[in-house]
Design a protein around this ligand. Structure first.
Ligand SMILES: C[S@@+](CC[C@H](N)C(=O)[O-])C[C@H]1O[C@@H](n2cnc3c(N)ncnc32)[C@H](O)[C@@H]1O
Length: 261
């Protein structure tokens, strides 16, 4: 990554334990001389990516996020176990952000790497901070791809899909993830992470039910699940996630989501 300036990040004085993960916020002190500051939500990615190095300083340094390395390593050794090789993979990185996952994948020398995100600022930040990572980077909505976008993506012949720190919490919805799976060739790899509560039966939200339904469906086969600390909360509590590695068996029908309502 291209080195950038250090930011003054302040966490709120109040106890934020009761806030949902996507409601958490911090203050960014604008100027080192005055104490003027801006309140920014953790999920205001456009604002965060616009400040070089802020995403890394907040999530990776201060809150110790480790997911890109964890999920890449899990994909690497699961594939290796099946005599497959990351270096031969043509990867679609969904919810690519400013390219941290792409950077991890690139360490293994993947054959092709295409990023996708929904906000322009993500692509701008990836090209600004990690200009040599992606072969292409598309801004589009996977729940509503145009024919031209779909054709362009099919032409890459993807045999791996990664989606890190981007599923749930108002980020990538299940139908968009299913579209990603359907862009994969049969036997292609899926590597993603998910908050542990999404796999618990007590979580009956539509999102959790769909994800559980998908993981144990005939459309994909489960190869590896690992519980680990994704990052810490503002209050210092570990947030546990699962790293999940699967293989695609067949295309998922368009009505997959319908029967769960
Ligand atoms: C927490 S960031 C993760 C970025 C990167 N994967 C990483 O591990 O650092 C989540 C990303 O998902 C993107 N995102 C949210 N909803 C999306 C959608 N419907 N389609 C594509 N990307 C989406 C956000 O814009 C954001 O860049």
């Amino acid at each position: 990554m291209i080195l950038s300036k250090r930011h003054r990040i302040q966490f709120p004085s109040v106890d934020t334990t009761k806030l949902d993960q996507d409601e958490a916020y911090f203050f960014l002190v604008n100027d080192h001389q005055s104490d003027e500051r801006r309140r920014i939500r953790f999920h205001d990615y456009a604002a965060i990516y616009s400040e070089p190095g802020l995403y890394e300083q907040l999530f990776y340094e201060r809150l110790k996020c480790d997911s890109p390395r964890k999920v890449t390593d899990a994909l690497h050794y699961t594939a290796e176990h099946e005599r497959d090789n990351l270096a031969e993979m043509r990867v679609l990185d969904l919810g690519a952000g400013n390219g941290i996952m792409g950077e991890e994948l690139k360490k293994h020398g993947v054959a092709r790497l295409v990023g996708v995100d929904i906000v322009d600022e993500a692509r701008d930040a990836a090209f600004r901070d990690r200009p040599h990572i992606y072969d292409d980077y598309l801004i589009c909505d996977f729940t509503n791809l145009s024919t031209a976008e779909h054709e362009e993506l099919v032409n890459w012949g993807f045999n791996a899909l990664t989606c890190v720190a981007a599923l749930g919490f108002g980020d990538i919805p299940v139908p968009a993830f299913l579209q990603g799976v359907n862009l994969l060739q049969t036997d292609g790899w899926l590597a993603f992470n998910i908050k542990e509560t999404f796999l618990e039966r007590s979580d009956t939200s539509g999102f959790s039910r769909l994800i559980r339904e998908l993981i144990f469906s005939e459309y994909i086969s489960l190869h590896h699940v690992e519980r680990y600390v994704h990052r810490y909360s503002i209050e210092g509590k570990p947030l546990f996630y699962f790293a999940v590695i699967c293989r695609k068996e067949k295309d998922i029908p368009a009505d997959f989501c319908d029967h769960l309502g």
